[in-house]
Design a protein around this ligand. Sequence first.
Ligand code: 3PG
Length: 399
Amino acid sequence: RTIESLGSLRSRTVIVRCDLNVPLADGVITDDGRIRASLTTIRELRDAGARVVLISHLGRPKGEPEARFSLRPVAARMAELLEVPVNFVAQTVGADADAAITGLADGDIVLLENLRFNAGETSKDEAERLAFAKQLATHADAFVSDGFGVVHRRQASVTELAAVLPSAAGRLVAAELEVLERLTARAERPYTVVLGGSKVSDKLGVISHLLERVDTLLIGGGMLFTFLAAQGHSVASSLLEKDQLDTVRGYLAEAERRGVRIVLPTDVIVAAAFAADAAHETVSAHAIGESSFGEAGIGLDIGPDSAAEFARVINESATVFWNGPMGVFEMEAFAGGTRTVAQALTDTDGFTVVGGGDSAAAVRALGFADTDFGHISTGGGASLEFLEGKQLPGLEVLA
Ligand code: 3PG
């Protein structure tokens, strides 16, 4: 259901679930991509004369207030971007929140404090979630679900709230779905998926699902070392998930059976320590233990030959989905692989999608613009689960 299904919104109080979970360093927002992505829906509701109540989580507080997870800086940034006041209430439910909501005039916007300061939001007990959702819904006439990054979560503000109010998907959720459906239902071939990030175990579902759909999988990031180890290579002190070795061997065998190419790096950058200024050198991916650092060596990025090969494959692809950095891009010495892959995505004529909060923050931190890519998804876990073919609870309730 889209916003149109809610009818006229003039003078109606509309509660909007956004994903304003932005990275912060010492209280300063380091990437405002998710705030920007939420603006289309908010502007539209405001223009329609709605009284807009914004709700979101930030980080993973454990059901009680923690100052470092406050949404206050987000309200300030949003007001700057919208160029209208965004009133912040340091409470999610209660007398202050009630007063702020009932005091709204048409077109006014209020942002409530972090949903996860309340145990009911993430409770495993459905009755508790429902009770919290009902509290949230007290003064609202309608609910718009626009936090794409959380639609894979069964949480009060995502699932139960949609059940207690007339509800609809917001513009961001609709736009994300359109792109991801294009990837699952009608991806143009050759279809290449670039996977990085640290853990294989986070990507298990998506890898096995992708083996049925893609032509090529390019593997970088910390998880590549478990792939190399599964092929029998020594990885010295690089990240290794020993308990995933059999699973990875299974993937390699299945890929071969299906004719899917899994491309692993042929060279890697190995460092003496996990530090921005650590001594480092480029070695063969099959001889990591033979670097000058011996068994202490840690692989922190794919090497230049591998990055060039990844770029070549990306350039020949009609569709590319990328999730997860290729190396420790926050440290300049180990950002080369991620930068080359990002550059290749911007150069190719194919349709490119960057999935995930972290990958999106990585490309912006490296100086790329959102418009350089076909689409930058605001959802990491959500976009992966969608590609896995899972039913997402936050979407099911809007169907
Ligand atoms: C994300 O960062 O992927 C979303 O905001 C969801 O956050 P969560 O993984 O803490 O539920």
